[in-house]
Design a protein around this ligand. Structure first.
Ligand SMILES: [Zn+2]
Length: 158
């Protein structure tokens, strides 16, 4: 099958690949011309492609999640990953996830949510078509006592 590009350096396959989906036999596909496809294109064009052009390689840890995969992963029911609006990224060039979040803020992208998650990756999303981006910046960490995820405003080391 020919490679389907979302932008110059990002292919659709990078956003649908999931080890969990493979292991559980979940078809985590996005049809070209579907709303999810167009959302992924917007995410790439508005945020990820400019980030890559300025700073180098971007690796997608998790991109699109069909509802079944999202449930299997334990993602929030309303996760923007299920709409193709969000990606969890790292930059293999040596920047920490905190630094990657800082770069995204410095570049003044029209992002909806930017979350420094557990010091391990950066979650970035764009708003739904026609909606105003919230420009919300959060840090997610695990509460040591309860094991629950806690969100605090702003960027912090975890
Ligand atoms: Zn995420």
């Amino acid at each position: 099958m020919p490679q389907i590009l979302l932008s110059k350096n990002f292919s659709l396959a990078e956003f649908t690949l999931s080890q969990t989906a493979i292991r559980k036999g979940i078809a985590n596909d996005v049809a070209p011309d579907s709303p999810q496809f167009h959302n992924l294109e917007r995410l790439c064009r508005a945020v990820l492609q400019p980030l890559r052009e300025q700073w180098g390689a971007v690796h997608i840890n998790s991109g699109y999640r069909c509802p079944k995969l999202n449930r299997a992963i334990g993602g929030a029911r309303t996760s923007q990953h299920t709409l193709g609006l969000a990606a969890d990224i790292v930059m293999p060039g040596g920047a920490t996830p905190l630094e990657v979040c800082g770069r995204l803020i410095a570049m003044q992208f029209p992002f909806d949510q930017l979350i420094h998650e557990f010091g391990a990756w950066c979650h970035v999303s764009v708003a739904a078509e026609g909606a105003t981006p919230r420009s919300q910046v959060l840090t997610a960490s695990r509460d040591a006592a309860t094991g629950k995820t806690v969100y605090t405003p702003g960027l912090h080391p975890v």
